[in-house]
Design a protein around this ligand. Structure first.
Ligand SMILES: Nc1ncnc2c1ncn2[C@@H]1O[C@H](COP(=O)(O)OP(=O)(O)OP(=O)(O)O)[C@@H](O)[C@H]1O
Ligand SMILES: [Mg+2]
Length: 233
């Protein structure tokens, strides 16, 4: 479904991605893992058209994303939960959700307001509250809900559980398992390898702007030197 081939990208003159290649097949959950500053968020920004690659190619369903604006890429069915949860603080929970709503041939069936609040009952209880009054964890659920409301064929989550209390984190992981069961294709970036092992089909280790290893969580487990060398564990 998604293929990155030798992608190069950066900020101004500073290069961050040096020929990064990765894939996500339909129905697959794949990760990008690696230490801070290795280029995971930059990869996501390149996929979403927020940062224009200077080399390589990015294909979605066999179609090149190169030169497309972020809204055009989103409309093809890519949904992002960005690092640092961006929501509209002055809108209510419900307004935040319907603001991004889009009918689509979503990867996991059609997402509606009702389905999102069934997935996250806390959001249902707070649907008339302004989003700024939500806890950090609830705001993160809202960010996930907003991405789902676009009915994405591919859902990309950049550190969706960062800084959350354990119970809220568990709720996000439960949601991701439900999405996977429903056939949603997902690219997930997270620091919690233990939780990811149960969810992810294939990891990609990012080191200095390249994918230096790709394999199953079982294979990663079987090679502790990989975790030592590339993840600092
Ligand atoms: N807007 C920016 N302008 C200039 N350099 C940036 C910008 N954003 C990121 N960088 C640099 O690009 C490199 C890769 O950053 P990136 O955010 O992709 O890393 P990451 O793997 O997502 O890290 P983390 O795990 O901390 O989120 C870093 O050296 C970072 O300082
Ligand atoms: Mg990042």
């Amino acid at each position: 479904m998604l293929t990155l081939e030798a992608v190069e990208a950066g900020y101004g003159r500073s290069r961050v991605l040096f020929g990064l290649s990765m894939t996500a097949r339909a129905g697959e959950v794949v990760s990008l893992i690696g230490r801070n500053g290795m280029g995971k968020t930059t990869t996501v920004r390149a996929i979403m058209g927020l940062n224009r690659p200077t080399g390589g190619r990015i294909d979605f369903d066999g179609r090149s994303l190169s030169g497309l604006a972020p809204h055009a890429i989103a409309r093809l069915g890519l949904g992002l939960v960005p690092e640092g949860r961006r929501i509209f603080p002055s809108l209510t929970v419900e307004e935040n959700l319907v603001a991004t709503a889009r009918a689509g041939s979503g990867g996991a069936g059609a997402w509606t307001l009702e389905r999102v609040v069934t997935l996250f009952p806390r959001l249902g209880e707070r649907r008339r509250q302004s989003a700024r009054t939500l806890s950090g964890g609830e705001q993160q659920m809202l960010a996930v809900g907003r991405a789902l409301m676009t009915n994405p064929r591919l859902l990309v989550l950049d550190e969706a559980t960062e800084g959350l209390a354990p119970l809220i984190r568990a709720e996000i992981w439960r949601c991701l398992h439900e999405l996977k069961q429903a056939g949603q294709t997902i690219v997930v970036i997270d620091k919690n390898l233990g939780e990811m092992a149960a969810l992810v089909d294939r990891h990609h280790i990012v080191e200095k702007g390249r994918v230096v290893w790709s394999g199953t969580p079982g294979e990663l487990d079987a090679s502790p030197e990989l975790a030592r060398r590339y993840l600092g564990l």
